[in-house]
Design a binder for this molecule. Structure first.
Ligand code: FAD
Length: 430
């Protein structure tokens, strides 16, 4: 018997899980697949904000166990902390981490998919621990939920926004659409601050805590959420401004969070009782200074998600240099591309089925409270010409039902699910 090629996937959240499942789908049993993650569950963070505002514990709602889901697809799972990667000897070192004190182990691969996301660097924001809030994970989500719903918030001003993102040079020169590029972002992911701003305005009203003019949304960039398309952003800011929400741009970076508010790199501070901040998204330490990494430690790939120098190394999701902004929707597109490329290398797909390069599309559905949401689809930032914004009850239903479908199908949301969501939001609803 010949040994089957070993595909090793690092990371099992949105990008890693989808890639492993799709490799199995496209390549059948042509490969042995192993996935390593430090956690044995998927963290469905896009719905943490809505849980916070609706006072549900996200820990009980937004977690999908990985082991049974991977077992269904005959994918081996290792719960471990990846520590080192040697692309010349094709080995990954990890520590089994179910109990502290694990020894260092190694796995050899024939194909490697890096999908370890990014490190959300709250530890780089002075004063965050004492005075900051956020909504990116269970711990912080529950801290904010309790602060809001258990009497912590006293009705003062609210600041919501991002620290500066430091993008590397790994996507320079790529042209996803004719004449376009992967632009340089100054914030990693501004959907969550926009969503939190709108949902907070509704929450204040519902709880008789004040009017939307308490809230200031800020961005380090010239324009907030530029990736959503300038026309969409303009409409969005008109909507928010009409509600009384304040807007501050070009803050450059968060310098410090204090009890009184937020100090910015570019000068004037913002007074705030509640400070909700999304940090810099930084690459994991073990990826820095590798021959496959860019100047900030993100993994360099072409638009087929393949490293230009190490052709058996792929990346998908937030850890890839081309993933700008850092959103799961783009990671999902990339997962499919990687799976097709690996299946092609394994002889299971031919080039015309596999060679479909990345054309990033920003898809974002953000809760606005009161049963409403905004829906954004755009590719103009990358050189495309599609830009759609819808606001109302149907996008909210889509956001909630997409999550249900994700859990029901164990992450294998059929493409018709996304197509149907787009059709419903854009054609049936105005
Ligand atoms: C509040 C919030 C709301 C969002 N809402 C949306 C949304 O509505 N739509 C959207 O498209 N995007 C949204 N995003 C962005 C989205 O969450 C990310 O883009 C997405 O999670 C990236 O997926 P990923 O698999 O690349 O990385 P991650 O989700 O970060 O997963 C990385 C995985 O790798 C594992 N890992 C990391 N390092 C190691 C290591 N050393 N060893 C072992 N395992 C490791 C982690 O445990 C994790 O499971 C939101 C983000 C936030 C914070």
């Amino acid at each position: 018997m010949t040994r089957k090629p070993h595909v090793l996937v690092l990371g099992g959240n949105f990008a890693g899980l989808a890639t492993a499942q799709r490799i199995r789908e496209y390549a059948g049993d042509a490969a042995r697949i192993t996935l390593i993650d430090r956690r044995d569950y998927l963290l469905y963070n896009p719905n943490i904000p809505v849980d916070i505002f609706e006072n549900r514990d996200p820990e009980l709602h937004e977690r999908m166990p990985l082991r049974p889901v991977l077992h269904e697809e005959d994918i081996n799972f290792i719960q471990g902390e990846v520590r080192e990667l040697d692309v010349d000897s094709q080995t990954v070192s990890f520590i089994p981490n179910e109990r502290p004190g694990g020894e260092s182990e190694k796995e050899h691969y024939d194909y490697l998919v890096i999908a370890v996301g990014a490190r959300l660097a709250y530890d780089r924001i002075e004063g965050f621990a004492e005075h900051g809030h956020t909504l990116s994970d269970f711990y912080h989500g529950n801290r904010l939920r309790k602060y809001l719903h258990e009497g912590g918030y006293k009705g003062g001003p609210i600041a919501i926004g991002s620290a500066r993102f430091h993008q590397g040079d790994g996507a320079e020169g790529l042209e996803p659409y004719p004449g376009g590029s992967i632009p340089v972002a100054e914030a990693a992911c501004e959907g969550p601050p926009l969503e939190a701003t709108m949902a907070m305005a509704s929450w204040l009203k519902e709880h008789n805590k004040g009017t939307p003019d308490r809230i200031t949304v800020f961005t380090p960039a010239e324009v907030i959420a530029e990736d959503a398309g300038l026309g969409n952003v303009k409409q969005f800011l008109e909507l928010a401004g009409g509600m009384g929400i304040r807007y501050r741009n070009k803050t450059i970076d968060v310098k410090r969070i204090t009890a009184e508010g937020i100090e910015f790199k570019n000068g004037p501070s913002l007074e705030a009782e509640l400070k909700i901040v999304l940090p810099d998204w930084v690459a994991h330490d073990f990826l820095r200074d590798l021959p496959i990494s860019d100047s900030e430690g993100f993994v360099k790939t072409d638009l087929f998600m393949r490293n230009p120098d190490y052709r058996n190394v792929f990346a998908a999701g937030d850890c890839a240099a081309v993933t700008v902004p850092k959103i799961g929707g783009i990671g999902h597109q990339e997962a499919d591309i990687v799976a097709r490329q690996v299946a092609m290398d394994l002889g299971s797909l031919d080039a015309n089925e596999a060679d479909d390069p990345l054309k990033p599309i920003v898809f974002c559905i953000g809760d606005m409270g009161e049963g409403k949401a905004f829906y954004i689809r755009s590719n103009t930032w990358f050189g495309g010409n599609d830009e759609v914004l819808k606001v109302g009850r149907i996008p909210f239903q889509l956001k909630m039902r997409y999550r249900d479908l994700f859990f029901l199908t164990h992450g294998k949301v059929p493409d018709w699910g996304l197509g149907l969501a787009q059709f419903t939001a854009e054609k049936l609803f105005d």
